[in-house]
Every structure is written in structure tokens, then in C-alpha cells.
Write a protein that binds this ligand. Structure first.
Ligand SMILES: Nc1ncnc2c1ncn2[C@@H]1O[C@H](COP(=O)(O)OP(=O)(O)O)[C@@H](O)[C@H]1O
Ligand SMILES: C[C@@](O)(CCOP(=O)(O)O)CC(=O)O
Length: 329
């Protein structure tokens, strides 16, 4: 039996635009998904994912994919929910050259689902690592990231960048531009504060919405390119340890994401509360539509402001996690 974990992330800059080849800078945070894999003596897969919620259902999925699972949820919803774990196990089987092995898999995660903190990438990375180690194979984190990307690509119908999976596999702050993925060395202490509205967004739909806008309007395509410019400026600010400028650029990035239609009333409310709480800057993180914002604030101001914001369900400080995917036991 092996347990591995991998971190979630916030986007300092560049979500959505990264899907179209612009650079992005996601940062791993100290909130992890833990996956335990134990080889079975048959070829079945049993997944216990008690945190999994699907459109309002709380699902304890504890059945073989080959049989009818022991829950009252429509098959497509279940497929959608379990797709990441099933495909991660497929990748582990492929990496170990062991197509017929079965597993008991348990998923536990401190990362809210579908909220822009990269829960799926963390679950997939940890699952690939745990299942391959259980089979006696130790993969390089870059290979885990690559296999996890293939899973995201598949499950999200070809609409995925390498940003989430690479960041979660490697840890720290990273830069992703197309297939070019790098760790950013010597990042300053980034005082991240997260606000969570308790909801989630549909990544596939939101990405498709931006794609449609980009195809319809030249100025939407320009907006995506402008996000790329913000990221490039942001990288220079990061190198210069200039937190004030990072904050200003985060504000700008949020405005452009909002223009692309991926913000929401509650995300905007939290962004404004953070700014009024004296954050250096604030923006939505991830796909948007609902879920989380990230602010930069070394003081208590943002957390206090968010605690009094209707629509903000939780707020917490998020430390940069320099560890990526790792074995726990
Ligand atoms: N704790 C978990 N257990 C099982 N599956 C999970 C868990 N957390 C996330 N997932 C999978 O990841 C999906 C959410 O990923 P995604 O839509 O990419 O959002 P995000 O990456 O922003 O959290 C869930 O619908 C589920 O399939
Ligand atoms: C919108 C996007 O740029 C980020 C999605 O992040 P998340 O799954 O919401 O954490 C999509 C992608 O990069 O694959």
C-alpha cells in the first residue's frame, strides 16, 4: 500500500490565455490531495472518494467500475466525476507495463473541487505516483506531470494546458508556455490569501466560452494576448521582488478575465472586498465561474474583509508549497 500526495495551486497570472499559447504563472500551495493505492489480486478498480460531490450530490463511490456503483447518481455524472481517477490508474498501468492489475484507491483531499485550486491535477498526480510506486516503479515528477496532462487533456476533451499538472507535480512557482514548462527559481515570499465562495465552475464550459469569444471577436483575441503581456510584466516584477506591481498586475488580469466572461458576482464581490481590505491586488484563480479568488496581502486586512463579505464561505492564507508530488508512506 502506498500513499502519495500532490499540492493544489493558485494562478498568479495567466489562466485561460495559457490554453492559447500565452505564458502563465501558477504557484503550488500547501493544500494537498492524498491518494492511497493498494494492488488487488484481481483486475478490478475500487475507488473510495468521500470528498467527491457532483452537482449537489455527495457521492461515496465505493464500487468497481465494472459493476454498478453503490450510489444513486446518473451514469454520465459518475463517469465525469471518476474520469480523472480511472484515467490516472490507466496511466500508471501503462507506465509500469502492467495492464491487468487492479487497485483499491482512496482519495482524500483538502482542495475544494472545481474551485480553481487545481484539485483534479493534484488528485491525478498523486494517483499516478501512488499506483506506480505500488507496482515498484518510481517515475520522475516531469513524467508524472506529462502523464497527468494527458489525463486532463482526455477528460477535458482536448481543452487543457500543462499549467495545473506541471505546477502540482513540481511544486513552487512555475512558468508554462505551450509545451515549455519551467520552475521559477528564488521566488519572493508571496503572501497569498484565498477567498472561496463555496461554489465551483465548469472548466470545460468556461474554456469553451472563451474560445467562442476569441473566434467571434478580434478584440477578445487581443484580450487573450494582453493577458500574455501581463504575465511577461509579472515575471519581471517577480524577479524584482516588487509585490506592489504584482498586485497591480493581478488587478488588471482580473479585469481582463472578467471581460472574457469567466468571473461571477461572488468572485467579483470577493475581489472587491480584498481590495477594500487593502490587498496589494486580487483576481479570480483558475477557470472561474465560481470558486476561489487569490489576493496578495501581507497584513490581516484581506482575511478580515473577506470574513465579512456575504458570499464568501471561507478564507485562508495559502503558503507557497515548494514540494510537488511526493510519497507519504
Ligand atoms: N477529492 C477528490 N476525489 C475524487 N475526485 C476529485 C477530488 N477532487 C477533485 N476531483 C476530480 O476533479 C474534478 C474537479 O476538477 P476541475 O474541474 O479541473 O477543477 P479544479 O481543478 O479547479 O479543482 C472533480 O469533478 C473530480 O472529478
Ligand atoms: C482555465 C485553465 O487555464 C485553468 C483551469 O484551472 P482549474 O482547473 O480551474 O484549477 C484551463 C487550463 O489551463 O487547462
Amino acid at each position: 500500500m502506498v500513499t502519495s500526495s500532490a499540492p493544489g495551486k493558485v494562478y498568479l497570472f495567466g489562466e485561460h490565455a495559457v490554453v492559447y499559447g500565452e505564458p502563465a504563472v501558477p504557484c503550488a500551495i500547501e493544500r494537498r490531495a492524498r491518494v492511497t493505492a493498494e494492488q488487488r489480486d484481481d483486475d478490478k478498480l475500487r475507488v473510495n472518494a468521500t470528498d467527491l460531490t457532483l452537482d449537489g450530490f455527495t457521492v461515496e463511490y465505493d464500487g468497481s467500475v465494472a459493476d454498478t456503483p453503490d450510489i444513486d447518481v446518473a451514469e454520465p455524472l459518475l463517469e465525469e466525476g471518476m474520469g480523472y481517477v480511472n484515467q490516472a490508474i490507466e496511466q500508471a498501468r501503462d507506465a509500469a507495463g502492467a495492464q491487468d492489475v487492479g487497485f483499491d484507491v482512496t482519495v482524500q483531499s483538502a482542495i475544494p473541487l472545481g474551485a480553481g485550486l487545481g484539485s483534479s491535477a493534484a488528485v491525478v498526480n498523486a494517483a499516478i505516483d501512488a499506483a506506480t510506486r505500488e507496482l515498484g516503479v518510481e517515475l520522475d515528477p516531469r513524467e508524472i506531470a506529462d502523464r497527468a496532462y494527458r489525463v486532463e487533456y482526455e477528460v477535458q476533451d482536448g481543452q487543457a494546458s500543462r499549467a495545473d499538472t506541471f505546477c502540482s507535480a513540481m511544486g513552487g512557482a512555475v512558468r508554462v508556455e505551450g509545451d515549455d514548462c519551467r520552475q521559477i527559481p528564488d521566488v519572493p515570499n508571496l503572501p497569498f490569501v484565498v477567498g472561496y465562495d463555496g461554489g465551483s465552475g465548469d472548466t470545460g464550459k468556461l474554456v469553451a466560452g472563451v474560445r467562442d469569444l476569441r473566434e467571434e471577436y478580434g478584440f477578445a483575441a487581443d484580450t487573450v494576448e494582453a493577458i500574455g503581456d501581463i504575465v511577461r510584466e509579472g515575471e519581471a516584477a517577480l524577479e524584482a521582488d516588487d509585490l506592489d506591481e504584482l498586485g497591480e498586475l493581478m488587478n488588471f488580469n482580473h479585469g481582463l478575465l472578467s471581460a472574457l466572461g469567466v468571473s461571477s458576482r461572488s468572485l467579483d464581490a470577493m475581489v472587491w472586498a480584498a481590495r477594500e481590505g487593502d490587498a496589494l491586488g486580487a483576481k479570480l484563480t483558475g477557470a472561474g465561474g465560481g470558486g476561489c479568488i487569490v489576493a496578495l496581502d501581507p497584513t490581516e486586512g484581506t482575511e478580515t474583509a473577506l470574513r465579512y463579505t456575504p458570499g464568501c464561505e471561507a478564507t485562508f492564507r495559502a503558503e507557497l508549497d515548494t514540494d510537488g508530488v511526493r510519497v507519504e508512506s
